[in-house]
Ligand binder design. Structure first.
Ligand code: 13P
Ligand code: SF4
Length: 301
């Protein structure tokens, strides 16, 4: 039996379902029952019938699944697969901002720890942040942790006063303008598709800016045939599957998220077999962080 066949068999035996983010290895995406961006996966996680969820992504994703589905067993193939940006804000600063600004909403990118979510009013992802921030009644927005996404949203919602936090994604922050321009020179007809976690100078030369599924959908629906992709290279699996006739290029320093890549087929099989690496969230943290995730689902529609 191949590893993939063993995993399929174990899924049935253990009443388990596999969720995978677009950044994980192609062979892991292949065994997944649901693949998507972080908003889609959080919606899926909230409504599954299986007893066990194996979350192939990074820790905040498994944690959010557990918060939204506390009765499920949530397993991570690798407990050290963590998003560094999820820790790049702190509760003290949030509480200081609340004292300093009246009429403040703390808007928390889903790439954050459950602890940070407990101090926030609403969660967002890159696919729904504009809609949610616009819908909030508050004038002042403290956006944590990502400064690049915050600046991008602030330009699209100029009626709000944004207070910025200094977090960033190391993988997207490394995106280099010169490298992108070199690709543009080599492929003059190619459109630049970027994730809003990229620095502003990359977004300024982009034809489309959106979440991972936004990028995949844009390229799939476009009449154009060539694209320069400024996000983590894992999206190539779905891009090529959907668009065998189109060409995709990455900057020379190919963007890789080392944490997403910790998810391997061997580890998926191991956690299915042993039940190891279960995600736990205390009742108190769950109760307080659930509100911000549920508000996101309510406002995003
Ligand atoms: P998406 O919500 O676009 O999938 O992004 C998640 C992420 O971690 C981007 O780095
Ligand atoms: Fe976090 Fe960046 Fe990896 Fe996304 S790509 S999970 S933001 S480190």
């Amino acid at each position: 039996m191949t590893l993939t066949e063993e995993i399929e068999k174990l899924k049935k035996e253990k009443d388990a379902v596999i969720l995978a983010h677009y950044y994980v290895r192609p062979e892991v995406q292949e065994v997944a029952d649901y693949i998507g961006d972080s908003f889609y996966l959080s919606k899926v996680a909230a409504g599954l019938k299986q007893k066990t969820i194996v979350f192939c992504g990074v820790f905040f994703m498994g944690e959010s699944a557990k918060i939204l589905s506390p009765d499920k067993t949530v397993l991570m193939p690798d407990m050290t697969a963590d998003c560094p940006m999820a820790h790049m804000a702190d509760a003290e600063t949030i509480e200081k901002m609340r004292e300093q600004y009246e009429d403040l909403a703390v808007v928390c990118y889903i790439n954050s720890t459950a602890e940070l979510k407990t101090h926030s009013d609403v969660c967002v992802t890159s696919s729904n942040a504009v809609k949610i921030v616009k819908a909030l009644p508050n004038k002042n927005i403290f956006f944590i942790p990502d400064r690049n996404l915050a600046h991008f949203i602030s330009e699209l919602v100029p009626e709000k006063n944004f207070i910025f936090n200094d977090g960033f994604c190391p993988t997207h922050e490394r995106m280099d303008l010169e490298e992108v321009m070199k690709e543009k020179e080599a492929h003059p007809n190619a459109q630049v598709l970027s994730h809003p976690e990229c620095p502003k100078e990359i977004l300024d030369v982009s034809d489309y800016i959106g979440s991972t599924s936004g990028i995949i959908n844009y390229a799939t629906e476009s009449v154009e045939k060539e694209f320069i992709v400024c996000t983590e290279e894992g999206v190539i699996y779905k891009l090529q599957q959907n668009n065998p006739d189109k060409k995709f290029y990455f900057p020379e320093t190919v963007p890789v998220c080392p944490n997403m890549k910790k998810n391997t087929l061997e580890k998926v099989k191991h956690v299915l077999l042993t039940g190891e690496n279960e995600v736990h969230v205390s009742d108190e943290v769950r109760r307080l962080s659930k509100a911000s995730l549920e508000k996101m689902h309510e406002l995003a529609g």
